[in-house]
Design a protein around this ligand. Structure first.
Ligand SMILES: Nc1ncnc2c1ncn2[C@@H]1O[C@H](COP(=O)(O)OP(=O)(O)OP(=O)(O)O)[C@@H](O)[C@H]1O
Ligand SMILES: [Mg+2]
Length: 267
């Protein structure tokens, strides 16, 4: 299957701070890719560049065969509204809108009739275990509840690609599993490609594949149990060691602070 979203050799600096140093990634329809790596390794910057919120300094981003990183702002905003769903690290709910209106927002912005749209949003509310909270304002929700609402809003318009940056950061294990099951279910049912940044191996365990970022470059890819084919085809040969139900992956040339351990990757 050909990838729906591709980033090639992306470089991005914030002033003098390099955040991406030639990162590449491709995601297919219905595929869930986890992005892991140490803090500051460029995971959020990668998502922002792929989603067209930041413009990479060099490199290119293609969505459905079309180059999108040099499109005018207006076209990129439209793309985010119609084809992308976004869940970012810190709250992005509109404080003046109720929970159910927040979920429905992408559909309301698309001009869909209010009544049907609110009914659809309530279905998501229920799927996410938030029945009864539809009329609350975001300020009246817990962190975990807000995160679920943000996820529902990202999924409601049936996007082609969902970008989720630590979508389970405020949830306990059970909550995180529930949210990931929903994300996976919706992705497989709707053919949505999902890129999910996480620090939690347990969350990455829901993905089809995990990409490890290190110093602004993707370093190693881990594919399910048959991790023999774990390398990205380049010169990095990962060392693998399994113990119980955990798996440790260390890039052969990794500095000690760049090691990433990945537990329970898609058994
Ligand atoms: N707005 C910004 N201005 C300046 N530097 C930034 C900005 N955002 C990120 N950086 C820097 O770019 C690098 C990559 O940051 P990024 O947020 O992409 O990392 P991350 O892997 O998402 O980290 P975390 O796991 O902590 O969220 C870091 O060195 C960071 O300090
Ligand atoms: Mg981040």
């Amino acid at each position: 299957m050909s990838p729906v979203l591709v980033g090639n050799e992306l470089r991005k600096s914030y002033g003098l701070t390099p955040a991406l140093r030639g990162a590449s990634i491709a995601v297919c329809e219905g595929e869930i890719v986890a992005v892991m790596g140490p803090s500051g390794s460029g995971k959020s910057t990668l998502l922002l560049c792929l989603a067209g919120i930041l413009t990479p300094d060099t490199g290119d981003v293609h969505f459905a065969g079309q180059r999108i990183d040099r499109l005018p702002d207006r076209r990129r905003v439209e793309l985010r509204r119609t084809a992308f769903g976004l869940v970012f690290q810190f709250g992005q709910l509109v404080p003046e809108l109720s929970t159910v209106e927040n979920i429905a927002l992408p559909l309301l912005l698309a001009g869909r009739p209010r009544r049907g749209v609110l009914a659809e949003a309530r279905i998501w509310l229920s799927r996410l275990g938030l029945d009864g909270l539809g009329d609350r304002l975001p300020g009246e929700l817990s962190g975990g509840q807000s995160q679920r609402v943000a996820l529902a809003r990202a999924m409601v318009a049936r996007p082609r690609v969902v970008f989720a940056d630590e979508p389970t950061g405020s949830l306990d294990t059970v909550g995180a599993d529930e949210v990931m099951e929903l994300l996976v279910g919706a992705a497989k049912e709707q053919g949505t490609a999902v890129l999910v940044v996480t620090h939690e191996p347990r969350v990455a365990g829901f993905a089809d594949r995990t990409v490890l970022m290190r110093d602004g470059v993707e370093s190693v890819q881990v594919n399910g149990v048959g991790v023999g084919a774990a390398v990205d085809g380049s010169d990095v040969a990962p060392k693998l060691a399994t113990g119980g139900d955990s798996l440790r992956v260390t890039a052969a040339d990794a500095d000690s602070d760049a090691e990433c351990s990945v537990d329970r990757i898609v058994w």
